[in-house]
Ligand binder design. Structure first.
Ligand SMILES: C[S@@+](CC[C@H](N)C(=O)[O-])C[C@H]1O[C@@H](n2cnc3c(N)ncnc32)[C@H](O)[C@@H]1O
Length: 350
């Protein structure tokens, strides 16, 4: 491939998918495009580039598809799935308890293992029985989506990350392949979509995964995609990225919960980030308590110190009780211990 042909093809791939190919990736380009040459009976890369320039749409799609790295696995990297199962799902069971539904987006779902791993976590959560759960899987690659749609995996795919108990629980053997339980398959809706395009028609999501997709993009494209993903997420939503895709200091739309595991919470000025679905429920309870008692503290202390003379003694006793000065619920007394003077030293109480 000549430098001019490389420059044209790399520019074309970047414009259509965001993938950045530097000059040292010439070998990658040639390796991945070789099957396209064979399938379309092209004699050389020059032929391919000439027909790309001519705007042959079938060849455009085949070139982009061939250039995508589709590597994936069930429960890939494990830690994000432990977080999803042990923190996010219990939080959703509480926070969405009234509407009993939530939505998850897998952007760059590849051959489906990531989305089906989530579906297995959802199915194994007894608290979510009877809930309406939608997992949307998007990818730019038609060949990857075809495999995801079939949901039938080789022994090699299965061996990468799927525990044997989970395999036997959710798959049935078909010759040399393993087919996913159709009821789990039905939880996942697959769609051809480019993450560079607007995504608002998809609606909003409680959880978004965009793992091992941004790593191939340049900084500006990454920021654009993150901006789009942030608009898709609900205020207390969770974003999962790949382990090597840290965005700390890159995007103000997300707050790292565990950057090493690629776990981020949507960061909104108006929403207390500790109340995110990504935060353990005990931490959320503490935060809620601090918020409510903090407001009570300001109200009660202002009332007690500046308006004591104007308050009836029973009202004042009530305020002291509620703020933890006299006997009352332990949680209030605990939260005020440091800030509120002890009844013995408090001028208002003497
Ligand atoms: C390395 S795989 C990651 C799969 C899965 N998310 C995981 O972490 O195991 C990256 C996937 O992102 C898809 N992808 C890359 N660029 C994309 C784009 N602009 N729009 C949609 N999908 C894209 C590729 O086709 C590929 O299937």
């Amino acid at each position: 491939m000549t430098p001019d042909e490389f420059a044209y093809t790399a520019g074309f791939v970047k414009e259509r998918s965001g993938l950045v190919l530097t000059r040292d990736k010439g070998y990658l380009l040639e390796n991945r495009l070789m099957p396209v040459l064979r399938t379309h009976n092209l004699k050389s890369f020059s032929d391919l580039v000439a027909r790309l320039r001519n705007g042959e749409s079938a060849l455009h799609a085949a070139t982009i598809d061939a250039m995508m790295s589709k590597d994936t696995a069930f429960f890939r990297d494990w830690k994000p799935f432990v977080h999803f199962r042990t923190v996010v799902l219990p939080n959703l069971a509480v926070a969405r308890g009234i509407k009993k539904s939530f939505r998850i987006l897998c952007a760059g779902v590849s051959t489906g293992q990531e989305a089906y791993s989530l579906a297995m976590c959802v199915r194994d959560a007894p608290a979510l029985e009877g809930w309406s759960v939608e997992i949307a899987g998007l990818d730019i690659s038609a060949s990857a989506l075809k495999i995801a749609d079939d949901a039938c995996y080789s022994q090699f795919d299965i061996q990468r990350g799927l525990p044997i108990r989970t395999l036997l629980q959710h798959f049935t053997k078909e010759d040399d392949y393993w087919r996913l339980d159709p009821s789990l398959r039905a939880l996942v809706k697959l769609q051809a979509w480019n993450v560079l395009d607007e995504m608002f028609p998809l609606g909003r999501f409680d959880v978004v995964l965009c793992r091992n997709v941004l790593v191939y993009l340049d900084l500006q494209t990454k920021l654009d995609v993150l901006q789009k993903l942030s608009r898709l997420l609900v205020d207390d939503g969770v974003l999962y990225l790949g382990l090597n895709e840290t965005i700390t200091g890159v995007s103000g739309n997300f707050r790292a919960v565990d950057a090493d595991a690629g776990i981020y919470a949507a960061h909104r000025g108006t929403h207390p980030s500790a109340l995110s679905l990504a935060t353990k429920i005990e931490t959320q309870r503490k935060t809620r308590r601090l918020f409510s008692t903090g407001a009570l503290f300001r109200f009660a202390s202002g009332a007690a110190f500046s308006q004591r003379r104007r308050l009836s003694s029973s009202r004042f006793r009530q305020l002291r009780f509620r703020a933890g000065h006299s006997r009352g619920p332990t949680r209030f007394r605990y939260s005020f211990r440091r800030r509120w003077p002890s009844p013995a030293s408090c001028a208002a109480c003497k």
